[in-house]
Design a protein around this ligand. Sequence first.
Ligand code: CMP
Length: 481
Amino acid sequence: MATKDSRSKNRILVFVLATTIVSLLLYLFYAFEPAMRGRLGSHMAGREDSVLRIPALILWGILIYLAVRALNATLFGAVFRFRRGYEAPTLVRNIFSIIAFTALFFFAFNRIYPEVNLGAIFTTSAIFGVIIGLALQDTLGNFFAGISLHADRPFQVGDVIAFGQQRHTGVVEGITWRAIKIRTFQNHVVLISNSNAAKEAIEVCPRENLNARLVFFGTLYNDSPAKTVHVVREAIHDAENVSRKITPIVRIRNLGDSSIEWEIKYWLDDYAKYNDTDALVRERVWYALRRNGLSFAYPTRTIHVERRVASAGTAKDGQGVIDRLLAVEIFAPLSAEETEKLAGASSSHIFAPGEMVIRAGDQGSSMFVVHNGRVQVQVTENGRPRNVAVLSEGDFFGEMALFTGEPRTANVVALEETEVLEIGHAAMKPLFEGNPDLAESISYIIAERRAGLAIREPEALAASSEPSGLLNSIKRFFGLR
Ligand code: CMP
């Protein structure tokens, strides 16, 4: 393949050759003109003069054309690049060539045919004007639209643009006096006429701009959204051409029929390579989901067959729930059978990061054990939230309202994706009857936590804030002796 250098050398060679030949022909023409005039004179009787001037005009026309090209190349190609660091736009070069050629050609025409008044022909001929006007309607439209594109500079060479109903998308390669030339991602060249471009909306993705893309995927409903967000964000943030300036966004687009539908919004360093980068992002997502036990969803129908196991907590992980409850401090005095019963009566709930499990002031008749994750206990003081405690796996909360019947004393918020086991009033009652010490140990914990809250309590509560007072109210509330 010829390189750019060798191509321009060839061009110069052709140019020099053409100029030499035309100059030689002109020289020969003027050298033999008197002789030719004499010869023709005998046949043409006075018309030989106008006939002889035609080849002269053609030769001068060619020479002027070559000179204008040479001038154009020197002026714009070399001087512009040298002085301003870039080449002049094609449109400017073309306008220059047209004006220079017309002016020089008229000049030559005037010298060869001094008796013809060209100006008068052009200015007086209305028909000529109409013909030119009609013939050049589109061309002139394109020409002026091209000028306004250059003045406006809505996009530049190298930017990606999308245009028209067919959404022609590609990288701008140039703007000429007639059209915008874009190279599509299939390596086709599309020419959009300037006048069309001026009329329709063009989507511009400037090269210097941080342009974003959206990539979609779907996961199964069983898969945790918080985990998916984390895993996908980690997987793509360092992928090639994904900009580090803005962290990619991973969010749920829709809860679809057979999947959680996700969208990834990421920003690119080089937008022109978005096809490759989209593909890389999808590939990364596939591997990340596979590694982390998450699954892509495809149109499926899931049939859940639930089997009730007499005394094993939740259907999903009965032994896990029993083990969790065995490790809870206040349930230590319970027998294995009682713990199993408690597990069977508990129900598991999952909360997203930031979700509120308990709201201060609500009525509540159940307590919770943190099975997985962490929660934060918060109270509002002078209109501001104050963090009282962070509870993690094996800790419990919500016991105050459950055992005393009072409203919830604090907000409890999930710090991360958190699974809790909820235990209701009905499940606790038989346990108190079989374990007289249970109410007492709970009353101590409640007293301690109330001290930690350190908020002004209603008179009635303050009286029962002592463990002994609390114990009495627990007994009263559960109808114990
Ligand atoms: P309850 O009042 O039912 O609802 C809010 C829960 O926050 C409360 O029960 C306790 O379980 C918990 N809580 C309140 N204060 C504290 C504390 N100081 N330390 C730990 N947990 C607390």
